[in-house]
Design a protein around this ligand. Structure first.
Ligand code: PSV
Ligand code: MN
Length: 406
């Protein structure tokens, strides 16, 4: 990078009262988990377009994820989905990941792809099916023990399509009972991240539809249960950063599934459609990191940042790198907000100055900062270009078509 450009950037930030050393340390500490399923074939309900070179098994998924980590330096863990990533021996998968310089992150139970779950899993009127679903949740805790994972992220597809189809209150009780069994089985250092989604695949009611329901469940279950915010799981126009601030203040924000969306749960590259939203989410988190309450600060420190995307048309690995770079970019911009200036403007009730102080940081070109941080981390300044030049994309074509899919 051109030293003069960085020096000018440094001076500009100094003049704005920003401590760049601290900013760079925070950027180096950011960790973004990638999803194993984001490396496999995916599509819509209309068509899955198979790509050449897609990993054929969980071991190859780890290999692709390791490339993303090697080039970005900030993706040391990979979330797995069970049974998509089922293997005979999880210690082998763990060892394989570790040899590649990464580790297995959150374990995601799958309660939505079994015929038995047609009318619900842990909300099913059949106690035998609820027991089966609970057994799968417990199996996932056991897998987490074997992989050294500390997070279980739970998403439920349960819901109904028509009024009167089921007893909503009974389903609520059954859901709680099964999750309480799961919660009790968690090790002390594990946490349960509860994801919500307002529709799809059910269209009339979803049993865990919004952050309030997830929060309520987490409250009842205990301190190891927290809410997971998937940015694609809200109705149009919902103020996600408000939800983030609220959950942080309640000490119940556990993690994110980042992606971007235009209409529904589109699972597109994060930051592609929603850069300002992503920036404002980080603004709330960074603001909470300065809270006078140490519990709020701790909650903000322990957030699990995960991507949950499906790259249906674009090649998977570069798309994942693009997403990671987008998260870094908007995180960097939020770090450049002059928080004192915002607070002072708030105290004066100067609405225009408040808004301007936040937006100003968004408008800064942070490329000199990103290049400097990557240089200090010993990773390529332009990870995407480095990937294109690495030859890895060509090498994996030998895997052929018809790899793993979700
Ligand atoms: C559901 O849409 C979701 O966001 C959940 O996190 C699932 O585990 C993931 O996508 C993959 O289907
Ligand atoms: Mn998700």
């Amino acid at each position: 990078m051109n030293d003069r450009i960085y020096a000018a950037f440094e001076q500009q930030q100094k003049d704005r009262g920003i401590n760049l050393f601290e900013v760079k340390e925070k950027m180096k500490a950011l960790k973004i988990e990638t999803p194993s399923w984001g490396y496999g074939d995916s599509g819509t309900r209309f068509k899955v377009f198979q790509q050449e070179g897609v990993p054929r098994n969980p071991f190859e998924k780890m290999e692709d994820a390791a490339v993303v980590h090697k080039l970005t330096g900030v993706c040391p863990t990979v979330a797995i989905h069970i049974p998509w990533d089922q293997v005979d021996d999880y210690s082998k998968l763990k060892a394989h990941a570790e040899e590649l310089g990464i580790a297995i992150g959150a374990v995601n139970p799958n309660l939505f792809q079994d015929d038995d779950y047609k009318f619900g899993s842990i909300t099913n009127a059949s106690s035998a099916i609820r027991k089966k679903a609970t057994a799968h949740l417990l199996e996932c805790i056991d897998i987490a023990r074997q992989t050294g994972s500390k997070e279980l992220s739970l998403w439920l597809a349960d819901g109904t399509n028509y009024p009167g189809q089921a007893d909503i209150r009974k389903r609520k009780h059954w859901m709680y009972e099964c999750l309480a069994d799961m919660y009790t089985a968690l090790d002390d250092d594990m946490r349960l991240l509860i994801e919500y989604k307002f529709f799809e695949p059910a269209f009339y009611h979803t049993d865990l539809a919004d952050w309030g329901m997830a929060y309520n469940l987490a409250q009842k279950l205990g301190p190891q249960a927290e809410v997971l915010v998937d940015t694609g799981h809200h109705a149009q126009g919902v103020n996600i950063e408000h939800i983030v601030a609220y959950l942080l203040d309640e000490r119940r924000l556990g993690g994110f599934h980042f992606n971007s969306r235009k209409y529904a749960d589109d699972d597109l590259i994060v930051g592609a459609h929603n850069p300002y939203e992503l920036f404002l989410i980080f603004y709330q988190i960074l603001d909470a990191l300065q809270d006078s309450d140490q519990h709020v600060r701790k909650t903000a420190e322990n957030i699990a940042y995960m991507l949950d995307q499906c790259h249906n048309l674009e090649p998977k690995i570069p798309a994942m790198i693009r997403s990671v770079m987008n998260v870094q970019t908007y995180y960097a911009k939020a770090l450049l907000i002059n928080y004192d200036e915002v607070k002072k403007a708030q105290e004066k009730g100067d609405v225009l100055a408040c808004e301007a102080a936040v937006r100003e940081a968004f408008e800064i070109d942070v490329r000199p900062l990103l290049y400097a941080v990557r240089e200090e981390m010993n990773v390529p300044a332009e990870p995407l270009e480095a990937y294109q030049e690495s030859g890895y994309g060509e090498k994996i074509l030998a895997r052929g078509k018809g790899g793993a899919s979700w």
